[in-house]
Design a protein around this ligand. Structure first.
Ligand SMILES: Cc1cc2nc3c(=O)[nH]c(=O)nc-3n(C[C@H](O)[C@H](O)[C@H](O)COP(=O)(O)OP(=O)(O)OC[C@H]3O[C@@H](n4cnc5c(N)ncnc54)[C@H](O)[C@@H]3O)c2cc1C
Length: 597
């Protein structure tokens, strides 16, 4: 086996261990790749429990009042700091422990309710929403999910009130997108009472203001020369903890403190290990599932602000003796922002409900939510920026700040390219395994193999023939539902064809993966939108009043999303991929400075 094959084998094994251990109920997104519509997961549209709704309404009223009176996003950006009174206020209202159990002083909110809170903050200030996410969605999440009762009793009460703050430290120089490549070492002490941590972390939100950091480091695997990642609770008062840079100056979300720190032979008691030893990557990825869900909520809030700003300006600014809103090219932008904001909210709510229902596997959906909402928000901000023209460029308007703030979204918590490839590869694994069964049996027939291959062949064939039922309750949505069903069948057919055509090399064909992932994301987004309008039409007793801004936005989203899906699938056979690869290759192999493009 050559070095490359060895590396590939290692990566596949690592991914298998990380992603596919445990029960394998067919999730919604995985179902799409198999040609199924797993309706139980997405219909009817989830709603916050009635008992919780009252508490949520109260929390939102308090939060809005506090944000209106005490939050100044422009000043936070200018000063590159979130003032202590804002942090204390968020703690007082309960935002810093919204989903923590009440027994530890938290609010005990569901993820769906928590997302509504984050949406409200995301509407106003990205620095503040990233700060809250770093503390609550990922900083203390490992403790909430994997902490022992003793650990929770010891740490949570102060963390959920904001008296103390949390951070999540995975990234290092060599471990960015390649998160599994953590180099920080954790050697067990001879008497087994503690671990000695050594290494550096960078780009860590809240690092310099946190009292508790969830730190990923490598521990030896007993009985072998291998190491595996383990999660530790580290506090900055531990001897050897060195803050290298407390606030790295940066483009956007300037109010957050993004830092670099080193651990120089820091002794961490064994009682501070979070979750099983050697399972730190699983801990990290589970934590990030939560982070990506609230990412969706914050982007939804920001998209709603874009819509408000766009409408306000388009209705008041006059050029050529007309308001800007009278021009079709401005209308087009406003309609698209409205459609995307509606879809982002629907997708966030549905994904959050998977967590609340205790479903086992929603990694694909959280990755889809993160990529979809962050890409759409970037477009929304670009559109509203354009509508404001020159005025958007000046610092007395919030748009240049919003633009700077939004740029991190496509990079943080998993760069969108990495997640796009992940979505396609994990999604295709199910049908891919069935094809492998068929192929292996054809190459080496056996009785057992034949029966497995028969089942696999039947599954593949039936998904190709069968148009899945999309069970909406509203009569006026039936045509959209039928179209979605047909597109799922078309998608499944395209996935099968790609797997048969490219076989193993598809693992490296990211241009193909991107189209498959994009189509899957739009199928998921359309499903959430359809489910939401169906729910709203039924619940609100509306009769498909197309004049309602929400219904017309939803209708537009479905039409545009269906058109995009057809485009992505057509691109699988009609594309310029060879030319793209050739042009990039020739740039990449030309000595720097010699290109004249
Ligand atoms: C403001 C800010 C706050 C952050 N907060 C935290 C935090 O609280 N905790 C924490 O642990 N980390 C944090 N991070 C780190 C963040 O998660 C990483 O920056 C991110 O994972 C990307 O890693 P990287 O920057 O090393 O980029 P690289 O890994 O060097 O990637 C650079 C680019 O290469 C491309 N790329 C990489 N791999 C692939 C691939 N397989 N396929 C295709 N393209 C690829 C992508 O376009 C990517 O954007 C933060 C970062 C920033 C900027």
């Amino acid at each position: 086996m050559n070095k490359l094959d060895e590396q590939r084998q290692k990566e596949i094994q690592q991914a298998e261990e990380l992603l596919f251990a445990g029960p394998q109920a067919l999730g919604f997104a995985k179902g799409l790749f198999q040609g199924h519509f797993v309706s139980d997961w997405v219909m009817p549209y989830p709603r916050v429990r009635e008992a919780e709704q009252g508490e949520l309404d109260q929390a939102l009223t308090g939060l809005r009042k506090f944000l209106n009176e005490d939050l100044d996003p422009a000043e936070i950006d200018r000063q590159a700091d979130i003032p202590r009174n804002v942090i204390d206020g968020l703690g007082r209202i309960g935002v810093l422990g919204m989903t923590a159990p009440k027994e530890y002083g938290g609010h005990g909110f569901s993820q769906m309710a928590n997302c509504k809170v984050l949406e409200e903050i995301g509407r106003r200030c990205a620095s503040t929403s990233v700060f809250v996410n770093a503390h609550h969605s990922i900083g203390i999440r490992a403790l909430l999910l994997f902490g022992t009762t003793e650990q929770k009793q010891k740490w949570l009460p102060k963390l959920v009130t904001g008296e103390q703050l949390g951070a999540f430290a995975l990234t290092e120089r060599e471990a960015g997108s390649d998160a599994a490549n953590v180099q920080m070492q954790a050697r067990p002490s001879e008497d087994g009472s503690h671990f000695i941590l050594d290494g550096e972390k960078r780009y860590i939100t809240n690092a310099a203001i946190a009292h508790e950091l969830t730190v990923m480091a490598r521990t030896p695997v007993p009985g072998s020369d291998k190491t595996a990642v383990t999660a530790f609770l580290v506090t900055p008062d531990m001897p050897g903890f060195e803050m290298l840079e407390a606030r790295m100056p940066k483009t956007g979300i300037r109010g957050t403190a993004t830092g670099r720190f080193a651990l120089r032979d820091v002794k961490v008691p064994k009682e501070n290990v979070l979750g099983p030893i050697g399972k730190g990557l699983k801990v990290a990825l589970t934590v990030l599932d939560f982070g990506r869900t609230t990412f969706g909520a914050c982007c939804t809030g920001a998209a709603k602000t874009c819509l408000e700003l766009a409408v306000a300006h388009a209705n008041t600014r006059r050029q050529f003796n007309k308001t800007l809103g009278e021009f079709e090219l401005v209308k087009k932008k406003i309609a698209r922002i409205a459609a995307d904001a509606y879809a982002m909210e629907a997708m966030t709510t549905v994904t959050a409900s998977f967590i609340d229902r205790g479903l086992e596997d929603y990694m694909l959906e959280t990755a889809m939510l993160k990529v979809f909402t962050t890409e759409r928000l970037w477009e929304c901000i670009n559109d509203v920026f354009q509508i404001y023209g020159g005025s958007a460029y000046f610092t007395d308007m919030p748009l240049e700040r919003m633009l700077r703030d939004a740029r991190i979204n496509q990079i943080g918590e998993g760069a969108n390219e990495v997640l796009t490839s992940f979505i396609a590869l994990v999604g295709m694994r199910g049908p891919g395994m069935e094809f492998k069964e068929i192929y292996d049996t054809m190459m080496k027939p056996s009785r057992d193999g034949m029966s497995k291959a028969w089942v696999a062949g039947k599954n593949r064939l039936s998904a190709t023939i069968h148009v899945p039922d999309v069970p909406v309750r509203s009569e006026q949505l039936r045509a959209h539902a039928r179209q979605l069903g047909r597109l799922i069948r078309h998608f499944n057919f395209a996935v099968n064809r790609a797997l048969i055509t490219y076989r193993e090399p598809i693992l490296d064909m990211q241009l193909v993966q991107e189209r498959i992932a994009n189509a899957a994301m739009d199928l998921f987004a359309s499903t959430c939108v359809l489910s939401r309008i169906d729910g709203e039409t039924q619940f609100g007793g509306r009769n498909g009043d197309a004049a309602s801004p929400e219904l017309s936005a939803a209708d537009l989203f479905l039409r545009q999303s269906f058109r995009r899906i057809r485009g992505f699938l057509a691109g699988l056979t009609d594309n310029d991929d060879r030319a793209v690869i050739a042009a990039a290759k020739s740039c990449l192999t030309t000595p720097t400075g010699k290109t004249n493009a």
